[in-house]
Design a protein. Structure first.
Length: 262
């Protein structure tokens, strides 16, 4: 009786071992099938994360690829920037120099203040690309400027106050902004003040002296004065900038800020 019990126990153990031996290859086959799938999923997730990281870096560094055009937008320019500064940049970057520039537009806000942005129109998209490659991230007047292509030059960015109502020419470079005059000053008052000091704005046009919009609750006024030449405009700056205008009726002094407009 005891021998039968021992024999039965041995048979059950062999049966169990055989089942384990059969299941092990099946488990190995299942693992081999699922392993490539897991690796593919991990690889796809890593590629997605890498693409997102590269896109973020490009966005932060402002190097997102754009279709080259003839129009270049320059940002973060100093307030003292002139057209000569932009032309000098083109002369350094291009074989034909500033002859490759068709137009330079300085963008101004509603209060006629320069916001550090300039848009230049080049002759070809290749010239525009070379200017960007040369000038992007360069230091101008202590500022690190940024350059990029834009689709086109909108008429909205052109400063309409600089356009002449007589012949549609631009007064860029030969117009001057006078800021700091008494709030009730009129164009004819400023004209008489300038003439008494031998300065003569463009004659024969109604817009040679224009009152410009000022900030809300401003205590002084702002005017745009157009001269015949850039040299005359700079002569006015040297004469009147940082000088005091005396309002004799109230015996009050107003400090003037005068600058050439581009």
């Amino acid at each position: 009786m005891a021998s039968r019990v021992v024999l039965s126990s041995i048979l059950r153990q062999r049966s169990a071992l055989s089942r384990i031996g059969l299941n092990k290859p099946q488990q190995q086959r299942c693992f081999q099938i699922s392993a490539p799938t897991c690796n593919a999923e991990k690889s796809s997730a890593a590629a997605t994360m890498t693409s997102k990281f590269i896109a973020q870096v490009r966005k932060e560094r402002n190097i997102v690829s754009k279709e080259p055009t003839r129009f270049v937008q320059i940002d973060a320019l100093p307030a003292t920037t002139t057209t000569e500064d932009i032309k000098k940049l083109a002369r350094e970057a291009l074989p034909e120099g500033d002859k490759s520039i068709n137009e330079i537009v300085f963008v101004r806000n509603d209060n006629f203040d320069f916001n550090g942005r300039c848009i230049i129109t080049m002759k070809t998209a290749e010239d525009a690309q070379r200017v960007i490659e040369y000038g992007n991230r360069r230091v101008m007047g202590g500022n690190v400027v940024k350059m990029q292509h834009i689709g086109k030059l909108s008429d909205k960015v052109r400063t309409r106050e600089l356009m002449s109502v007589a012949d549609a020419t631009s007064a860029s470079g030969r117009a001057v902004v006078f800021t700091g005059l008494p709030l009730l000053t009129k164009p004819e008052h400023l004209l008489g003040y300038l003439r008494s000091r031998n300065f003569y704005p463009v004659e024969g046009t109604a817009d040679s002296i224009m009152r410009l919009p000022s900030k809300k609750q401003a205590t002084v006024s702002k005017f745009l004065v157009k001269f015949d030449s850039e040299s005359e405009a700079w002569r006015a700056v040297r004469k009147f900038h940082n000088t005091d205008f005396l309002l004799t009726k109230r015996n009050e002094k107003y400090n003037l800020h005068v600058a050439v407009v581009y």
